[in-house]
Write a new protein. Structure first.
Length: 222
């Protein structure tokens, strides 16, 4: 079993940027949850797989077991907002993996770094691992990051973060036995993520709102 060999992998959770903008400006019931609490934290992620916290914030723990290494081979964008959005997109991925290794579908870490469809995606992934009795081990590499403006309103900024994943060296592991479920490298190991990140104006925190995951992404195969 490989990192993403799950029934829900191919699912694309989508919401239009226009709807996000309208909602975050004060409208439907998803908007307040998407942005609520975003101005309560600050800080930047560390390169070791966990988020660092500033004295003014208390970001959640996204540390991972020693046998699971997430590698983010990203170049930092020159634009400060895009760089912050990319950093918290990393934290969203860390938080998703934290939930899997903790076997916790309601883990507060991914709920802090996501809302709406992106939170539902993380929850569904974690539930599949818990249901199967699996956790993760190995090295998971993310690379070729791109960022672009996705819209703006009086209250929220949106940035789209896209990147590739090479999951050929990360494997499922049975929680009870510790048996590693190794597989041979295949096109299934290469995925493309597109995540819409949102930040309330004046807040340093960016939260994943919308996520699309493309399997067997040919552009990600090196």
């Amino acid at each position: 079993m490989a990192r993403r060999a799950l029934p829900v992998t191919a699912a694309a959770f989508a919401m239009s940027a226009a709807l996000l903008l309208a909602g975050c400006g004060g409208g439907d019931d998803s908007s307040s949850d998407d942005i609520k609490g975003a101005d309560t934290a600050s800080g930047s992620p560390s390169a070791s797989g966990s988020a660092s916290a500033s004295p003014a914030a208390d970001r959640p723990d996204v540390s991972l077991p020693k046998d699971l290494d997430l590698v983010f081979d990203f170049e930092k964008p020159s634009d400060a907002g895009n760089a912050a959005a990319l950093a918290d997109a990393e934290n969203y991925i860390r938080a998703l993996n934290h939930g899997i290794t903790q076997q916790a579908p309601d883990d507060p870490a991914y709920q802090y770094y996501s809302a709406g469809d992106a939170a539902r995606y993380a929850n569904s992934q974690i539930k599949e691992y818990v249901k199967g009795g699996w956790t993760l081990t190995g090295q998971d590499r993310y690379y070729r990051a791109e960022t672009s403006a996705a819209g703006d309103s009086d209250k929220v900024k949106l940035v789209t973060v896209a990147f590739c994943e090479d999951a050929s060296k990360v494997y499922g592991k049975e929680v009870k036995s510790g048996k590693v479920l190794r597989t041979e490298e295949s096109p299934d190991d290469f995925l493309k993520f597109s995540i819409v990140m949102a930040s309330a104006k004046g807040s340093p925190v960016w939260r994943a709102q919308q996520i699309t995951v493309t399997e067997k992404a040919t552009e990600c195969q090196e």
